[in-house]
Design a protein around this ligand. Sequence first.
Ligand code: C5P
Length: 221
Amino acid sequence: SKIVIAIDGYSSCGKSTTAKAVAARMGYGYIDTGAMYRAVSLFFIREHVALSNEREVADALEKIHITFNHNARTGKNETCLNGLNVEEEIRKMYISNIVSEVSAIPEVRWAMVAQQQKMGRRRGVVMDGRDIGTKVFPDAEVKVFMTADTYTRARRRQQELLAKGELVNLQDIIDNLEKRDHIDTTRSESPLRQASDAKLLDTSHMTIEEQVDWVIEQADQ
Ligand code: C5P
């Protein structure tokens, strides 16, 4: 029977690449929860929502509808904000620079967590994020917590951005990763926590194939 696979951990550890490949091999759906927080951030920027204004945030959240679309032509997953493909836009640095602040707003988390629980209610999904094994699906059958050293993560991030034509200095990426890690791990009720029943996967010296096999092995047990 179908299960939920929760993949949490630090950014740029290969979480989404691994989760996507696991989902494809198992014939499961893939849900990128980071993309949802990024889409909310994009909407807030576009609509000039004041992050400290609860009313404005709540009103804006009601106007946000996030979906994932599989593009048959490109074979890629696209994040859609109110029906429009924002996949490329939400990966840019200006979004990375505010997403942790946006995702720290309680109202934003409540709305996204509720939506994620709905998306996975029939199981058969691989979900990647920060709080999937602890908060969204504490009853997930498989829980993985991914880490890698900061330098490895920054190099991977740099390659990803470069592939999209954005040239970013390695130190700027390290600074951004460390800042996001700091926000993600230190605020009260931090989303980035290894669930007590999650298996730790350090990907610093692993290939994507090895990571995928490792996760699928957990699912087979
Ligand atoms: O996974 P990604 O790096 O795209 O996530 C962007 C940001 O969204 C993270 O740095 C974190 O602040 C936030 N996030 C979160 N909870 C999740 C997924 C992402 O707070 N489940």
